[in-house]
Design a protein around this ligand. Structure first.
Ligand code: SAM
Length: 306
């Protein structure tokens, strides 16, 4: 018969886990998110609407990440990592040099995400930290919004590129200057963008040259049509005003706004016709005329009921 062990009263019990203060979204740690994330019904983080998030998400949709090893460089709170995880990636590592532990912990808990999180170290140290079975190569590497923060963007690009396996995909998003030639422009005193740790802006030609120099093959998978496009124009209340605001600010070019149920068919870059399977669904060419948004309704061919 064993003896009954007296409880050790000298040791303090561990503190109970601290509940996440989601009931109080005004709490200080809850402020200043990068991404808007719905953590609980109606509890949405106060993220920003940076335009750079849009092409990354759009391009990510076109990459089959199922079963792939995926790396998200400059992951912030890990939205791109979650998207890859949800699409059955075999392994997802979110890396950021700036530790964002509390927010990432919240996101993982609230959304049931399991992506690995590596933070608080500089880029040169990261490959070692994430290596598995002696390899730090990934099938899909997402690197968004990082290069312009690097004081030496070429070295940063080399390091990120070095983690893409032969035949893998690098989804690279960065700011560029729309100038001819191969210049790399320094953001002296915030001449191009705000001066807060934003250093270098390549011309598109320069960026194209650099990625090819690093033996990457740019894929022409965006901008295959001129201008902009706004689907679900009537499907979400914020769409129309947001599209107008981007046009007015000059952030995007004039383009096509398409309501739910309608579709625009282009041939060789030119609009052929607009069709609709929903009675009354419309489409417009939306432009700016003397500073005012101008919606030109397009002819719509109603498709027969299926
Ligand atoms: C503008 S946010 C981009 C977030 C997200 N990847 C996106 O594109 O939406 C830039 C992120 O990159 C990180 N970052 C900037 N320079 C870095 C560097 N040299 N190494 C690692 N992370 C860096 C920042 O900490 C920040 O989280």
């Amino acid at each position: 018969m064993g003896s009954v062990k007296e409880p050790d009263t000298t040791q303090k019990p561990p503190p109970p886990p601290r509940p996440l203060p989601l009931s109080d979204p005004t709490a200080s740690w809850f402020q200043d998110w990068y991404y808007k994330i719905e953590l609980e019904p109606s509890v949405v983080t106060d993220g920003k609407d940076y335009l750079g998030q849009i092409p990354i998400r759009l391009l990510l949709r076109g990459i089959d990440v199922a079963g792939q090893r995926c790396l998200d460089v400059g992951a912030m709170e890990g939205v791109m990592s979650i998207l890859m995880e949800r699409r059955q990636a075999a392994r997802v590592v979110a890396y950021d040099r700036m530790p964002n532990d509390e927010k990432v912990k919240t996101v993982r808990e609230k959304l049931g995400a399991k992506f690995e999180y590596v933070a608080g170290m500089e880029l040169p140290d990261m490959p070692q930290a994430v290596s598995r079975d002696g390899s730090s190569l990934f099938d899909v590497v997402v690197c968004g919004g990082l290069l312009y923060h690097a004081f030496d963007p070429l070295t940063a690009l080399c390091r990120v590129r070095g983690m893409v396996r032969p035949g893998g995909v690098l989804l690279l998003e960065t700011a560029a200057v729309l100038e001819e030639g191969y210049g790399m422009y320094f953001n002296a005193e915030g001449a191009i963008y705000n001066a807060c740790s934003n250093f270098w802006f390549p011309s598109v030609g320069c960026l194209d040259y650099l990625v090819r120099y690093l033996r990457l093959r740019p894929l022409d998978c965006m901008s295959f049509l001129p201008g902009s496009c706004c689907p679900h124009y009537d499907g979400e209340a914020e769409r129309r005003p947001a599209y107008h605001a981007y046009l007015e600010s000059g952030d995007i070019k004039p383009g096509y706004a398409i309501e739910d149920g309608a579709a625009a068919h282009f041939r060789h870059g030119r609009l052929e016709r607009v069709v609709s399977k929903r009675a009354g669904a419309k489409a417009y060419y939306v432009s700016i005329d003397k500073g005012t948004v101008n919606e030109r309704a397009l002819d719509v061919t109603q498709l027969p009921a299926a």
